[in-house]
Ligand binder design. Structure first.
Ligand code: EPZ
Length: 432
């Protein structure tokens, strides 16, 4: 087990390059197996969730050729099974996109129920609603989602809520269904648009992605394509907040500033300086920031995946802030860890009331999930003294070379084996 050891108190300064969007790449990799030609996908992030999904498609027979760390060629013509029931697949969320992809292409899919971060109950009823409306029979049996259809037909579907997963999954299957599908009350997130653009580059006919009505005309087959995944708005947002939290000055490169507007607005509101360029954004701060109220919402609202980083930043801001989580009911687990570092936060139901303290102090804390873990790293960078963040494997599921990118910005942190007490002593001795 690895852990990060961090000596806080140093502003982050310099430039950082943002990678491809993990949550878009997961949908795109699943979509890639729907063609029988070779597909080249570039700008995939080198993170654990992506490795797991690539291994899963390889294990059902797809050809996966790694061109380099960030590019892969996939050929789905050799798929010989629609059963995706591997232990490792249950650990990630994105594996559920294989249901839509396999159902669309082979009219049948048996996929292990997805896992992913424990941030709430995470039902899949809207995915099932989508598949059933397309004339598939779906059942949950022995831990598997089993879907099949003799005759997949387009339909008019009105989702009960804006679900990224259900929108992408239904869109995947509908691409190869007979006739037209209309998805209403769809999710509008950038990764929905990216997966739709990718499918269109393979010959699908999808219009309206990015609005709440998506129209899909089914086509008989998809063909090969070359595609570049969009930049990761959450990785970018995390560095934006880390820059502001440490009173730093960071130029965050390879981003789409439009996707970051909700974060930019909040940073400006609490007194940070944000400068936008065509494909970069610069964040700086000097002195203590102010308080605000934040509510997580669907895009273009404030993203739930940035809620822990925002709360952490506000834990040392002047005054009282309120953060309301409206997407997942259990996304404040990291708050107990922040409290060990001296934060004063009270969580009632889905709302955190934050009394900004003058400073955090280093402590041993444990990452409860991916974004909560990243937030604890930000806390460690702000805190006085040494912080140890345990369970970094959560963070590595979604952030590529996190400690390296932080180190390049001047962060005093290292990844060490938790059993290696010598390494911890050595780090403390080295950095004083
Ligand atoms: C995606 O999860 C992301 N994961 C999450 O990122 C992200 O937090 C979330 O979208 C919201 O933006 C991936 O893309 C792999 P949803 P997903 O379906 O698709 C409810 C991260 O840290 N709902 O948009 O699972 C659900 O309970 C991860 O990178 C239903 O009720 O989220 C939630 O309240 C964590 N029924 C809301 O909708 C359903 O069938 C939004 O969920 C589906 C969802």
């Amino acid at each position: 087990m690895d852990q990060y050891i961090i000596k806080g108190g140093k502003p982050l300064v310099g430039e950082v390059q943002i990678g491809g969007y993990k949550n878009a790449a997961l949908g795109i990799i699943a979509a890639a197996i729907m063609a029988d030609d070779t597909v080249l996908i570039e700008n995939i992030p080198a993170v654990k969730d992506i490795d797991i999904l690539l291994k899963a498609i390889e294990d059902i027979g797809a050809k996966v050729e790694r061109i380099n760390k960030h590019a892969v060629k996939i050929n789905g013509s050799s798929i010989n099974s629609v059963n995706v029931d591997f232990d490792y697949v249950r650990k990630i969320r994105g594996s559920y996109y294989l249901v839509g992809a396999l159902l669309g292409k082979y009219r049948q899919a048996n996929v292990a129920l997805p896992g992913g971060c424990n941030i709430g109950s995470r039902p899949i009823d809207q995915h099932i609603k989508g598949f059933e409306a397309l004339n598939a029979k779906v059942k949950i049996e022995h831990g598997l989602i089993k879907a099949q259809s003799e005759n997949l037909k387009g339909a008019h579907i009105y989702f009960d809520g804006n679900s990224v997963g259900a929108t992408i999954n239904t869109m995947l299957a509908a691409c190869l269904a007979e006739g037209t599908t209309i998805l209403e009350n769809s999710a509008k997130e950038p990764h929905v648009v990216d997966v739709a653009n990718f499918l269109n580059s393979m010959g699908a006919n999808i219009k309206g992605a990015g609005t709440d009505v998506i129209r899909i005309k089914g086509v008989p087959k998809l063909h090969g394509s070359e595609y570049v995944v969009i930049p990761d708005q959450i990785e970018a947002g995390t560095f934006m907040f880390a820059a502001a939290a440490t009173n730093g000055d960071v130029l965050i490169k390879n981003v789409i500033p439009k996707h970051l507007e909700a974060f930019t607005a909040k940073l400006l509101e609490i007194g940070a300086v944000v400068e936008e360029f065509d494909d970069a954004i610069r964040v700086k701060a000097g002195g203590r920031l102010g308080s605000t109220h934040v509510k997580t919402l669907v895009y273009p609202g404030f993203l739930t995946d940035m809620q822990p980083q925002m709360t952490t930043l506000l834990s040392v801001s002047k005054g009282t802030s309120i953060v309301t989580e409206s997407i997942f009911e259990n996304r404040f687990k990291y708050v107990d860890e922040l409290s060990r570092m001296g934060a004063s936060i009270k969580v009632e139901s889905n709302t955190a009331f934050i009394d900004g303290v003058d400073k955090l102090t280093g402590a041993v804390v444990s990452a409860p999930d991916l974004r909560g873990g990243a937030a604890l790293v930000i806390a460690g960078l702000m805190a006085e003294g040494f912080t140890i963040v345990e369970n970094v494997e959560y963070i590595e599921r979604g952030y590529e070379s996190f400690e390296y990118k932080m180190q390049q910005l001047g962060a005093v942190m290292e990844k060490v084996d938790s059993n290696d007490t010598k390494a911890i002593r050595k780090f403390k001795y080295k950095v004083g």
